[in-house]
Structures are given as C-alpha cells and as structure tokens.
Design a protein around this ligand. Structure first.
Ligand code: ATP
Ligand code: MG
Length: 247
C-alpha cells in the first residue's frame, strides 16, 4: 500500500478573530496509523472535523482519497462520507438505542440493505470488536466505558470504511481497557487494511500504535515523522510531553 490517503496543504483555520491553524501541512500515507498530537486547544479535534467535512476551513486545501475538499460537489461529498468511520472524543452512542440499533444506524441511513442483511453485518461487527453477541441488546447505560468505545468503533466500521478517525479513543478508560483497545486497533488495521488517524494524549497508546505523528504547536506542524528521535526535536511541548516516557 503506497501513496497519500490525506494531504493537508497550507491550511488556515479561523474562528472569529482567533487563528487556530496557519500554514499547516501534513501527509497521511495509505495504511498507516497516524497520530495528531499537541497541547490542549491546539486544534486537533478541529482538524479532524475539517477532514470529515464537519467544519469548514478558511483557506488552503485538504485532499482526501483523491478529492479536494475545497472544490468538492455535494454528490461527491455524499459518496466520500461513506469512505470513513469516526469515533469522536465523547463516544456519542445514542442512549435511547441498543448497541445493535446504534451499530445498524449508518446502514439504515446510507444503504438499501434488507433488515436481515443489516442484522448479519451488525453481528459481524460486534464480533469484530470483541463484544459478545448478547451485548447487542444492551443500552449504552448498561455497559462499561471500554465496551462503549468498542460499540462506537463497531458503528464506525459499519460501512466498511477505508479510513478511520479516532479522537482520544483511550481517554477515560482504565489502563487494561486502554491497552485492550490499542491491541484491537492494531489488529483491525492489519485485518481490514485501514488507514487510521488518531488524536491522543495517551503516551503508552502513542508508542504502541502509531507509525508516524504530527505535532501541532503554535498553529502549525512542529514535527512530522516517526517517534524514534522525537525527544531530540527542539520544541518545549515535545520535551515536556515525551520527556516523561522511558522506553
Ligand atoms: N466552533 C467553534 N467556534 C469557536 N471556536 C472554536 C470552535 N471549535 C473549536 N474552537 C476553538 O479552536 C481551538 C482548538 O480547539 P480543538 O477542540 O480543536 O482543540 P484540541 O486540540 O482538540 O484540544 P483538546 O486536546 O483539549 O481536545 C480552541 O481554542 C477552541 O476554543
Ligand atoms: Mg480535542
């Protein structure tokens, strides 16, 4: 697997008088697990939302799977939205729906598949993320935090996406559930050939799962590359953040 899945060029993001990103460039290769890191408020979630067309950027461009988001038509946009799954920072399962209904939602919304076929796919996805078949009947309030993340992941995978966006997937999980989730991400990447973009503050998760990272600091990319020599990069954030980690 070669080539870029996502290219961000000269991106500028503005909210009112506040500039969040300026001259931001990065490239995410097909098949890699790519991390977006940086201090709180640096614009990681915003960048993720711009990539999945939930937020507009001021100028520059994002190219995703060959489509320029700056010039995309509504029909193409509709098609493109089916190519990715998203797991947002705050989980966001619908509390009034069972796990089965939550996971089926994109299939009901985007496809004309029969109820039997949808049921079949839901069962497959539940199994894929390591939940039990009987969990399908439970409501979000009846399951643990780790199970919620898995169910949200199953829903993100419902449409067999090429891309997966994860915003702090292990935050709020106990260490065992967090490592369990990391292992699942690695397994799914090799099983499904996904390209994964992950925002994280979890150092263990960062070292265990990411192929490359982009550090956003002072509105732009302070570093892009592997973690091998990251501690030698001249950045206060990087020194403070990674200094704590002993490999
Ligand atoms: N819709 C919006 N309107 C105005 N300001 C916004 C909006 N969305 C984000 N911002 C601002 O943009 C900046 C970046 O926010 P963002 O949520 O992307 O940060 P983050 O890097 O994800 O932080 P954290 O690590 O705390 O999740 C913040 O200053 C935030 O207040
Ligand atoms: Mg965020």
């Amino acid at each position: 697997m070669m080539g870029a899945a996502i290219e961000v060029q000269n991106l500028k993001t503005v909210f009112g008088s506040k500039i969040v990103h300026e001259s931001l460039n990065l490239t995410i290769n097909t098949g890699e697990i790519y991390g977006l890191l940086g201090p709180s408020g640096c614009g990681k979630t915003t960048l993720l939302r711009e990539m999945v067309m939930l937020e507009r950027y001021h100028s520059g461009n994002i190219n995703i799977l060959g489509y320029d988001l700056s010039a995309i038509g509504s029909e193409e946009a509709q098609k493109l939205r089916r190519e990715w799954g998203v797991l947002f920072q705050a989980g966001a399962l619908f509390s009034s729906l069972t796990l089965r209904e939550n996971i089926a939602l994109p299939l009901v919304e985007y496809t004309d598949l029969s109820a039997t076929m949808i049921e079949e796919i839901v069962r497959f996805k539940i199994n894929l993320v390591g939940l039990k078949r009987s969990d399908a009947n439970l409501y979000p309030s009846q399951i643990s935090g780790g199970m919620k993340k898995k169910a949200a992941l199953a829903r993100a995978l419902a449409m067999d996406p090429k891309l997966l966006f994860l915003d702090e997937p292990t935050s709020g999980l106990d260490p065992i559930s967090a490592r369990d989730f990391d292992a699942l991400i690695l397994e799914l990447r090799s099983l499904l050939g996904l390209t994964i973009v992950m925002v994280s503050h979890d150092l263990q998760s960062i070292y265990d799962t990411l192929d490359r990272v982009a550090i956003i600091d002072h509105k732009k990319i302070a570093y892009e590359g592997t973690l091998d020599n990251i501690k030698s990069v001249d950045s206060k954030f990087i020194k403070t953040f990674f200094g704590k980690y002993n490999e």
